[in-house]
Design a protein around this ligand. Structure first.
Ligand code: COA
Length: 187
């Protein structure tokens, strides 16, 4: 693997620019992280502006992946506005495994923007960082997220039943995954 690895910000995709966040993005990020619908299956509750400001300040400093737990929270921007973000973290250097996550402002869902952003992140992770396996951990009721996994070529590998107390109820956990060789042989 090519570690340490700094995200090549800005990274252009067909319609988007993926780049590091800055404190000037706080309002854009607050616009979606404050929403009940966006947070329904996220680990956090809707965030107020001071909380988003604190988080974005942390995200803005997360540039380099070097070891377990290091992460990127990369802004997906359209015409200069942050419409969502892609989370990417090293789970294990030894196992060459990372985890990906995502969120998109509902006004921009349904147009393939996250397929485009997350697809670019997988390409970078496999082709340049040299990772071997990437997983997504989600609530199986999260149809938008499971559909996105399948679109990207991630397979459902596990479905844990009521393994987690989540937002006031016992909830299931789904694990999706894709290997470098599966990414390379995608049609
Ligand atoms: C998960 C999430 C990012 C998926 O967003 P999304 O917009 O559905 O995903 P995509 O950007 O890949 O867009 C796919 C949709 O755009 C459509 N589309 C249009 N043009 C497209 C294109 N060029 N490429 C791919 N899809 C396209 C697809 O048909 C699909 O529509 P459908 O949902 O009606 O079938 C979004 O639901 C979200 O932010 N949820 C809240 C946060 C969350 O739960 N995150 C995950 C926690 S595990």
């Amino acid at each position: 693997m090519q570690l340490p690895f700094s995200f090549p910000s800005p990274l252009r995709t067909e319609r988007l620019v993926l780049r590091f966040m800055t404190v000037s993005d706080i309002d854009d990020v607050h616009a979606y992280q404050s929403r009940e619908d966006v947070c329904r299956y996220m680990t956090y509750e809707p965030r107020d502006r001071p909380t988003v400001a604190e988080k974005v300040t942390q995200y803005a400093d997360a540039h380099v992946l070097a070891g377990d737990g290091d992460y990127w929270q990369i802004a997906a921007t359209l015409d200069g506005r942050v419409i969502g973000d892609v989370y990417f973290t090293i789970k294990s250097v030894e196992q060459q495994t990372a985890e990906i996550g995502w969120s998109l402002h509902p006004d921009f869902q349904g147009r393939g923007y996250m397929s485009e952003a997350a697809g670019a992140m997988l390409a970078l992770a496999f082709d340049q960082v040299g990772l071997r396996r990437i997983i997504a951990v989600l609530d199986p009721r999260n149809d938008g997220s499971t559909a996105l996994c399948r679109r990207l070529g991630l397979r459902e590998e596990a479905h844990f039943v009521e393994d987690e107390w989540f937002k006031g109820e016992w909830a299931d956990t789904g694990i999706y995954a894709i290997l470098a060789r599966e990414w390379a042989s995608r049609g």
